[in-house]
Structures are given as C-alpha cells and as structure tokens.
Design a protein around this ligand. Structure first.
Ligand code: TXA
Ligand code: MG
Length: 336
C-alpha cells in the first residue's frame, strides 16, 4: 500500500496483491473500460456475498460475471451461435451477453434466475487480473447501490473510505457508462436489457436484424420477488436534488439560488443563466466525450454544496440514448 493509500498503481507487485486478495475471497476494485468494478471470485458465494453487503445491494439484483475470453464461457453457460457471433466481434469490449447458466454458477450471482450475464472487459489491467488469477470475477459497478458509478479510482476511494482494501488505478474510464446488456439466451429474440456504449444501431447493423429493447421499468421499491434487472427507475443518483431539463430548456429556465447547470455541450454564449454555475459534458458536442465526463462531473458537483443540479438531456440518437437513460435515472425522484 503506497503512502498508506489503498489506490495501487499497476505493477507486478500490485497484481500479485490484488490476485492474492481475490483468491482468498476478498473484494478489490478494478478499472474497466466502462466504469470501475467491485470484483470477487464468482464461484465463491461467501466472497460474492461481500459485494452485496458493502454496496447495500438487494440480493434480488443479479451480478455480471467477467471472463478473460470466450473460452471461459463453456464452463459457466450454454453458448449458442448468436452468442458466438457477437462475442467474436465485440469481445473484449463493453457488451454483456446473457445466456442460460450452467449448474456451477451460484444462485447468489444470478438472483436465482436460470440465466447468467457474461462480460469480457477490454481494459488491460482487468484483463491482466483475470489471466493471472484464473477465476471468473463477479463485478458490479464499485458504488453504493443507487449512487453514481465510479469512472476514476478516486471516486471509489471516496465512496468506500476505509472499507475497501485495494483499488487498482487504471486512470479515467474510456467509455464512462456501463456496458450494454443484451439477452441472447433466446437466439430468436435478442433483447437489450440496458443501453450502453454498443448501441442498438450498431447491433442491428452487425446482425442485420431488428433488436428489441426492454422498456419495462420496475418500481423504485425493491420488495418485488423478481426485479427486472437493471431497471430501477432511480439509480446512478447524486445526493443533491437533481432535475432533468429538455434540450435547450435552460435558456428560458429560472434557476434557484446556488444551483449547478450541466449542459450537453459548450453553449458559446456570454449570456449564461443567473443564480447558477454552468458546466458542460462535451466541449465539442460529441456523445462519446459527454459519456466520459458525465459521472465524473456528477461526482465532483455532488461533493460541493449546490442546492440543486440541473442536467440537460442530450440529442437522443446513438450513444445519446444511453446518456439520456442514465441522466433520466439520475434525476428520477425517489418515491416514498
Ligand atoms: O460495465 C459494466 O457492466 C460494469 C463493469 C464493472 O463491468 N458492471 C455493471 O454491473 O454495471 P452492475 O451490477 O452495476 O449492473 C449489472 C446489471 C444489473 O442491473 C443486473 O440486474 C443485470 O446486470 N444483470 C445481471 N445478471 C443478469 C441476468 N442474468 N439477466 C439479466 N440482467 C442481469
Ligand atoms: Mg451498477
């Protein structure tokens, strides 16, 4: 542990430390190309249980299992030709694929479902860990349940304080939003369960067929016996009250004292609104850059004492749909 900190820069020594902890059944935070994950041995229910405890995550919300390559899938799930085709093209990368699970996958991972979500991450540090420890790793985003996902090691450090032994530092995440989840367990009807960096358009162009998108949203309370995975309306939310603005709505909006406004792109005007500090997700107006900055900006602003955060929706095409999904959830009001 360098300077008494738990944030480890990558080295052979830190790789050994991190893998040692995982093999022992402990948790470590690891960088991926989407967001930072909180990893544990997926085949050890005792280790996996710690993830739910530290995150405050309901046991009915299943976890993604991370593997080093397609070869590791056969031991865990029943692959099919649609899966093979997608994995060959998009792995390693930000596409999680849901398949029928095999017996050895603990119920805790799948929340009792007969399917398992599998992802082969592209980040070189996560890949090194997978190859070195030779375990499938369960890894949800490394944030307390319902809060903003981390895209930098410092975010994880701040959220979990002393409760986490190791955080492997892989720098800022390339994509900045969680992987796309595609259910391919029924190869006749591939369905997007969570939008992500691999957009519906990209998948439809690749497969040359229409892809369904699950639109059903579960209620905010988690008492239902079977939660539609990843569909909690309020998720990725700052503590500061957060409100959604339609594109351009800020121009005519009256802001409350001491609020922060997050625009999609540089407004190129001297007439910024009163009562608030204005920020933007992208200098140039690209959705890729906006995605890289979204969670970092939310983390940063939530640390300050703003009375409210206002976020403008992004153009609703391609990756913009993913951004709007996250922005909408960040701004969803809690139900009591
Ligand atoms: O980019 C990512 O996917 C990140 C990084 C760390 O890999 N992980 C991530 O995990 O976002 P998490 O736990 O925050 O979100 C996983 C989502 C959950 O909403 C869960 O409900 C869904 O995946 N999921 C897991 N297993 C599933 C299954 N068998 N069927 C459907 N959805 C599933
Ligand atoms: Mg999450």
């Amino acid at each position: 542990v360098v300077n008494n900190r738990r944030i480890l820069p990558f080295s052979n020594a830190s790789l050994t430390q991190v893998c040692g902890a995982l093999i022992k059944g402990d948790l470590v935070a690891l960088p991926t190309e989407t967001v930072y994950g909180l990893a544990a041995n997926a085949l050890d229910p005792h280790a996996t249980r710690k993830i739910f405890d530290i995150k405050g995550r309901p046991l009915i919300d299943p976890l993604i299992v991370h593997v080093a390559s397609t070869e590791s899938v056969d031991a865990l799930a029943y692959a099919n030709p649609l899966f093979e085709q997608l994995a060959k093209h998009f792995w390693p990368g930000p596409l999680t694929l849901v398949l029928k699970k095999k017996e050895c996958v603990p119920d805790l991972i799948t929340a009792g479902n007969d399917t398992v979500a599998l992802r082969c991450p592209k980040h070189p540090l996560f890949q090194s860990v997978l190859q070195h420890c030779k375990l499938p790793l369960a890894a949800p985003s490394a944030n307390p349940f319902g809060y903003i996902s981390p895209t930098r090691a410092e975010h994880v450090d701040r959220m979990f304080d002393k409760r986490l032994q190791y955080i492997l530092d892989g720098g800022p995440c390339e994509h900045g939003v969680e992987s796309t989840i595609l259910d391919v367990s029924n190869s006749d009807s591939p369905t997007i369960l969570r939008p992500g960096p691999i957009t519906r358009e990209i998948l439809e162009t690749f497969l040359q067929q229409p892809i369904k998108v699950r639109t059903h949203t579960a209620p905010t309370n988690t008492t239902e016996s079977q939660l539609a995975p990843g569909s909690l309306e309020k998720h990725y939310s700052p503590h500061t009250p957060t409100y959604l603005l339609q594109e351009g709505e800020w121009l005519a909006h009256t802001f409350q004292e001491n609020s922060a406004l997050i625009l999609f792109k540089h407004p190129h005007t001297k007439h910024l609104p009163q009562n608030c500090e204005t920020f933007w997700l992208s200098e140039s107006g690209t959705t890729h850059e906006a995605a890289q900055n979204l969670y970092h900006l939310l983390h940063t602003l939530d640390e300050k004492n703003y009375s409210a955060l206002f976020i403008e929706k992004t153009p609703n095409t391609g990756l913009g749909q993913t951004l709007n999904d996250r922005i909408q959830r960040a701004a969803a009001k809690s139900k009591h």
